[in-house]
Design a protein around this ligand. Structure first.
Ligand SMILES: C[S@@+](CC[C@H](N)C(=O)[O-])C[C@H]1O[C@@H](n2cnc3c(N)ncnc32)[C@H](O)[C@@H]1O
Length: 197
């Protein structure tokens, strides 16, 4: 779609415009299977979902007994996320990932379509913030999008770039193929778990 007014994905207005016009090709429409599998094999973790969008994962994790918080800096995304979260709407919060403060230590940061929503120039800031939010042993787990196309979002990463981005502060614990990808990510995303060093 060529007629969007907002072109800078670093600004909330970019995402507001797309949520308001219901142009959300990144939206899974539900809880991804790899997260379901991960959660089934884990004790409940204090979890942050940055850039949550529709936040399907929030209510699902809460229903599994997890202490999860979802944040997004786009008011339109937050409205959508709260509607999806229903009884758990108060856990969907309007906040900038770079400024949000955790009320208690996080054990997990869940990643889906957040890093790839960011201009590549912002990736070092994202990685530094992940490292800041997690104590040693904490987990960064989710979907990572591998692609070389120059234009985005989504902005894909290479394995070398990802290792460069995370290698100083995290070690990779899991790196798995996924099923059930929606078209925009199909064949180009993997489930990964990185542990804070
Ligand atoms: C591509 S969408 C992905 C939404 C959701 N994670 C999903 O998988 O459907 C990226 C989301 O990140 C949000 N976002 C981008 N930068 C952000 C920031 N600095 N702080 C909080 N949210 C941000 C956008 O508003 C948007 O909702």
């Amino acid at each position: 779609m060529a007629d969007f007014l907002q072109r800078d994905p670093g600004l909330p207005a970019f995402w507001d415009e797309r949520f308001e016009r219901q142009f959300t090709p990144w939206d899974q429409g539900g809880v991804p299977q790899a997260l379901r599998d991960f959660a089934a094999a884990s004790a409940p973790l204090v979890t942050l979902i940055p850039g949550c969008g529709s936040a399907y994962e929030l209510a699902w994790l809460a229903e599994q007994g997890w202490d999860a918080t979802a944040i997004d800096f786009s008011p339109a995304a937050v409205a959508q996320g709260k509607a999806v979260a229903g009884a758990h709407a108060s856990r969907v919060v309007e906040a900038d990932f770079f400024a949000w403060q955790a009320a208690q230590p996080l054990q997990l940061v869940y990643e889906r379509a957040f890093l790839c929503a960011m201009p590549r120039a912002m990736w070092p800031q994202v990685a530094a913030r992940w490292a800041q939010l997690l104590s040693p042993g904490g987990l960064l787990a989710g979907y990572f999008f591998f692609d070389e196309a120059p234009k985005g979002p989504p902005f894909g990463i290479s394995r070398v770039q990802l290792e460069e981005l995370l290698g100083a502060d995290f070690t990779c614990m899991a790196d798995e193929a996924v099923s059930g990808s929606i078209p925009v990510f199909a064949g180009k995303e993997r489930w990964m778990v990185w542990q804070r060093l």
